[in-house]
Design a protein around this ligand. Structure first.
Ligand SMILES: [Zn+2]
Ligand SMILES: [Zn+2]
Length: 110
């Protein structure tokens, strides 16, 4: 466990829809990985580098999301995490995952 987690690292942890359910534009980060909305540099939130197990090795892909979906997903992850994390009940600033997800929510909201 790292001591701290950046918004970028937390966003790269968010669960995504199954790869095979996504369109080619979604897997290339051209549209939102969650709802397929077209993205522009101003609205896109990077979800980090993801890797996919394929026959013959791993393939990297770089999904992106619109701000609305990124915010929703980060909020969901934060709520789900804080319900099961004793450290967060105590003080979420001391929890790398909890504070990382708070940063991710802020990043998506900008
Ligand atoms: Zn979206
Ligand atoms: Zn926590």
């Amino acid at each position: 466990m790292p001591e701290t987690m950046s918004a970028t690292q937390a966003l790269a942890m968010l669960p995504l829809p199954e790869f095979h359910t996504l369109s080619q534009d979604q897997t290339r980060g051209i549209t939102c990985a969650f709802d397929g909305v077209g993205l522009s540099p101003a609205t896109a939130v990077s979800l980090g580098e993801r890797s996919l197990r394929r026959v013959g090795g791993r393939v990297s892909w770089f999904p992106r999301a619109c701000r609305r979906c990124a915010l929703e997903q980060a909020m969901n992850a934060l709520v789900a995490h804080s319900q099961t994390c004793e450290q967060c009940v105590d003080d979420s600033n001391l929890c790398p995952t909890g504070s990382g997800l708070v940063r991710a929510v802020r990043e998506a909201r900008r």
